[in-house]
Design a protein around this ligand. Structure first.
Ligand SMILES: Cc1ncc(COP(=O)(O)O)c(C=O)c1O
Length: 455
């Protein structure tokens, strides 16, 4: 059972603030017992700006599956992003906030018939395929679709490899599928690939773009005269200390070599990149158990039980292969000692951190987990009756005054401005710099808003 919360007003901060400062303020009120997120809208805006600055030719189509928080989706829509939807419900969400169907790609190569019919009715014409049966289905339910062939091109290593499930072989399968599409009278307009989510190789984008170039020729030879779309998928890093400088250089160079400016429209489907760093999770220790050392002279191991676990936000540990990092909210001066951190449910699998070193925690102490916005909330369940954390969105006043004017955001979503200066002292396990919490990305420039407002 997933308890749907009412939409939170966006807190507008006048002056400096930080997620941990706000978390401290909230928990110090003494009434907070459930886990919650601070969502920093400024981080999303800064990332959008950084993307545009580094890859001006590549239009980001946010992958909704990564985090379908309506406010995140609305903010990206306000900034001018397009969207990668994988299902009827995701298309419903994105179109319900007023995004035009031309700004959506239905990027699931294995679609249900009813979802194809829905896309057709909504005017979402661009969709991916990687098999013969998908072509037959599209021929039956949406013969006017604009098709994008998804090829396999895997990074040497990725947090979540995708090639095992999707993407036809670019050399052996793709030419045959392109011919079949032509015989069926279907319109193929582009090539896509996804290198794997959380890819740790950057050169792979160069390989993908080169493969796509060859297939553009094959497709044209097969009679697909409207080849115009290159979709380089997702896979971009999203942590607050990650940057896309290096990967952008690889992509820009490959585009220049294989797709000179003006020859095609280039899109990407970043998910993690936009979602991860914007969300900071706070979870409370509600129980603990001490295990005596087995050998004399060994260390006592403490088990801490917190109010969010692998059935909630930390499903990302199981499904997304994330390595989460706990920070204590307040410095209590105790030395680090051996411990483990467990979720609140009765399942033995519900372990967040099996072996970690933290200061001694008391019941009622809070832990902070950063970079928690990707592949966490949409998968979380309230198993055992433990609620999925609520999200408290925050933005600084200067940015709020601009965002309020950009639809689908509206002034009514923003609370009255309150004074900031909630940074407080850095926590002991947090980075020591006073600016350590600030995004490593440059602040959003006004230009990006002007550009978006004109869209
Ligand atoms: C088709 C498709 N596009 C985009 C994404 C988003 O990938 P990432 O979050 O790595 O950017 C995914 C993730 O699974 C995907 O399957």
């Amino acid at each position: 059972m997933k308890v749907v919360e009412e939409e939170q007003l966006i807190t507008v901060m006048d002056g400096p603030w930080s997620p941990t400062g706000l978390i401290r303020e909230i928990v110090d009120s003494g009434t907070q017992e459930d886990p919650f997120y601070i969502m920093d809208l400024g981080e999303v805006v800064a990332r959008y700006h950084r993307w545009k600055e580094l890859m001006p030719r590549v239009e980001p189509f946010y992958a909704v599956k990564c985090n379908d928080d309506k406010l995140l989706v609305s903010t990206l829509a306000a900034l001018g992003a397009g969207f990668d939807c994988a299902s009827k419900v995701e298309i419903e969400l994105v179109t319900s906030i007023g995004v035009a169907p031309e700004r959506i790609i239905f990027a699931n190569p294995a679609k249900m018939a009813s979802h194809i019919r829905y896309a057709s009715a909504m005017g979402v014409d661009v969709m991916t395929f990687d098999s013969e049966t998908e072509l037959m289905k599209i021929k039956q339910f949406m013969p006017h679709a604009q098709l994008v062939i998804r090829i396999r091109c895997d990074a040497a290593a990725a947090q979540c490899p995708l090639g095992i499930k999707f993407g036809c072989d670019p050399l052996t399968e793709a030419p045959r599928l392109l011919k079949l599409a032509a015989v069926l009278g279907l319109d193929v307009v582009g090539v896509s690939f996804h290198v794997g989510s959380g890819a740790s190789e950057t050169a792979v984008y160069g390989r993908g773009i080169s493969l796509a170039r060859a297939l553009f020729r094959t497709a044209r030879d097969a009679g697909h005269v409207r080849m115009q779309l290159l979709d380089i998928g997702g896979g971009f890093p999203g942590g607050r200390h990650d940057d896309i400088q290096e990967v952008s250089e690889v992509i820009n160079a490959a585009l220049e070599e294989h797709f000179p400016i003006g020859s095609v429209r280039v899109i990407a489907e970043p998910g993690r990149y936009f979602a991860a760093a914007a969300y900071t999770l706070a979870a409370m220790v509600h129980a603990k158990r001490e295990i005596a050392p087995i050998e004399s002279g060994g260390e006592t191991h403490t088990m801490y039980f917190i109010n969010d676990g692998v059935y909630g936000s930390f499903n990302c540990v199981l499904y997304d292969h994330q390595h989460v990092k706990a920070e204590t909210l307040n410095d209590n001066g105790t030395p680090l000692s051996e411990c483990s951190v467990w979720g609140p449910t009765c399942d033995g699998l519900d372990c967040v951190l099996p072996n970690v070193r933290l200061p001694t925690l008391a019941i009622g102490d809070w832990l902070v987990f950063r970079d928690m916005g990707a592949y966490t909330l949409p998968v979380a369940s309230a198993f055992n009756g433990f609620p999925v954390p609520t999200v408290r969105p925050v933005v600084d006043a200067r940015l709020a005054s601009i965002l309020k004017e950009l639809r689908p955001l509206t002034a009514s979503q923003f609370a009255a401005t309150r004074s900031g200066a909630t940074s407080g002292p850095p926590s002991p396990t947090a980075p020591a710099s006073p600016h350590a919490e600030a995004s490593p990305l440059p602040p959003p420039a006004r230009a990006v808003f002007v550009e978006c407002a004109l869209k």
